[in-house]
Structure formats: structure tokens, C-alpha cells
Design a protein around this ligand. Sequence first.
Ligand code: VNL
Length: 398
Amino acid sequence: MLRRQILNGMAGVGAGLALAALPGVVAPALAQETVKVGLILPMTGASASTGRQIEAAARLYMAQNGNKVAGKTIELIVKDDTGAADQTKRLATELVVNDKVAVIAGFGLTPLALAVGPVATQAKIPAVIMAAGTSMIVEKSPYYVRTSFTLPQNTTPMAEWSAKNGIKKVVTLVADYGPGLDAEKAFKAKFEADGGKVLDQLRSPLMNPEFAAFLQKAKDLKPDALFLFVPSGQGASLMKQVNERELTKAGVKIIATGDVTDDDQLNGMGDAVIGMTTSHNYSAAHDSPENKAFVAAFLKANNNMRPNFMAVGGYDGMALIYKALEKTKGDTDGTKLVDAMKGMAWVSPRGPISIDPQTRDIVQNVYIREVKKVDGQLWNVEFATIPNVKDNTHEAAK
Ligand code: VNL
């Protein structure tokens, strides 16, 4: 009876307005219109720059694309796990149980990403990996989908380039955990298949690393090149010590994944890094209209902070969530969302990307770059492109 009266009373009036104007009347359909996305990031601690970059990028994506998708309102909930895996897991559980999020996303490092797998599997909701790069993570839950990169994906082209460009003997030095071990293995496999020799494989501790002894050891082995991987945030201190040991002067070329010449820190590394060759999935100097627009908007919204590869992982992660919701026409069932994400393809600021439907891992271009000074600033200037690179270490990809 009341409902009939309300409906009649609504004739000629915007439905939403009429309902909103009546105190005490709750429309169940409207109550469910909000889709919550839980973003779990290290906003404090050693990996805080990763959290800062990803949060800024996710907010930029929403500012540019609005908060409405397929009739639903997207609400972003950001939580700081301080870089501690037990916190990541606790926050993921709370977001699922208390906040009823439709998607969890973010995760600053491999151990943090791994901590949410069981939660996503049990809740049957997507866990979008925006930062971590150890290959096997996506194999640990059918609800993982990755928009960052993997170390085998980014490293193999560096090994290939090295073998083709007169480098015969290499020492590798990597951070001693998942992504570092992936980089070490991928470099050796490709470089030796192409006729090179890895003289030694050195590993620095992940926490509070002290690189001097490893760098001295590498220098003493007199390789043609030293290959480096450390996670985002450690590149500046590593390169400072590389420069202090004068490896380049001793004839050792410095090569690395782009994690080392991270756009978040590159400008502060000084002219000693000019000429360094790296391979990576993203450079803020990437020459495309999409990237120029992204970098300009990001700088403007963030007090001139330059976006790095973490930012682009967060931006594309939000894009993937929006696109999946559009495809399901607003259906938030987690299994349907993951299915919608499989095979999704679009043009990112980094270039064309897609989600491999078999592995739920990202397929993207990898670029070979050289550090150059342009207009008084240091940039990773891309000079070669290896298109549509898949992580070739997944069982499902073989
Ligand atoms: C990881 C890989 C983290 C590459 C990174 O920065 C990175 C990871 C925080 O998988 O833990 O540059």
C-alpha cells in the first residue's frame, strides 16, 4: 500500500530524487549500489614509496574516469600493511568480512601478495597484484590476476641484448628473495643459451642491505658486465655504492632491470648512472600519447612526483577492475569478475597490454633503455622494444 502510494507519488519526478526525499524509505537495490575495492599497500616502512605511487595512481584513474561503472558506485578503501605480511593478511580478511569488498588489490612485495592468496581463494574474490613480480604468485590462487610485471619477463630481454652486444662474462647480484631469484635464474638461462657465461651469482639480503662486499667481489672477478636487481626503493643506495666502488672505471658495464633505475629515484642518482642499460616494462619517458597524458596528469595531481612502474601497475589495475565490472554489467560475483578479466586487452601508458587467459598474468612489451640526461633531468630512454612478452616460466604457458 505504502509502496503503491510512493510509486504513484513519483509520477513525473526523478525516481532517485523521490526516494531520497522520503525519510525512512530504503530501496534495497540502491543499498547495494556501492562496489568496494580494498587497496592494501605499504604506506609506511621501507616500501612506502610503492604504496604512495600506487595509491596516487589508483586515485588518478578514478578522478579521470569517475566513480560510476555499470550503474555502480566504486568506493576505494586504502589500508596500510606497513610492509608486514601478517598485517596484509589480517587487513584482507577484515576487508572481506567487515567491509564486504568485491575486490582486493595492491600488495607491495611478493611476501605480501602471497599472504592474501588463501583469503581470495576462500572468499572467491579477485586479488589484483599491482606491484609484486615473482613469477609463481599467480599460480597460488585462481583468483590472482596481475597488472605489474614478472622478473623472468623483464630480465630475459636484458640477457638476450647483452649476449648480442659483445658481453661475454657476467656476474649477477640480486636481492635474496622471490623476484631476485627469478631474475638470477632467467638471466643465466637466456645468457648462457646465447653463448655467454655467468661467473658468479651473488645475493644481497632483502632487509637493510649492505652491498659493498658483494660489489668488491664482483669487481675482483673482472666480468664484462654486472647485472643487478633490487626492489623499488633500494636502487639509489645500490647505485651510490656501485659508483663508490668505481666499477665502470674498472671496465665493468652496469646492466639491470628497471627496478634499479626506478623513476621514483632516478633523478636523484646523479650523473654517474648516465649510460646505464636496463630492460623494463615501463619508463616515464615512454613516447606515446597515452603516456604523455598520464605523466602530465600524475605530476600535476601529485606535487610533481614522477610516476614509476608501480604507479602504472596501480593505474592499470584500477582500469582492469573497471573494465571487468563493465563486462559483467555490474555483477560483482568474484568468479565472474576474474573470468571477465581473463583475456582483457587495452592500451596502457606503458603500451599495449593484456591478461593471459591461461595464467592470469600480464602480457606486455619490454623495452631496452639507456639512462640519459634530457632537459636537465635523468630519464630511462627506450631504444628497443620486444613486443608482447609473456612470462615463459609458467607451467600453463608451456
Ligand atoms: C617486487 C619485485 C617488489 C620488484 C619490487 O619493489 C620490485 C616483489 C618493491 O615481487 O617483491 O621492484
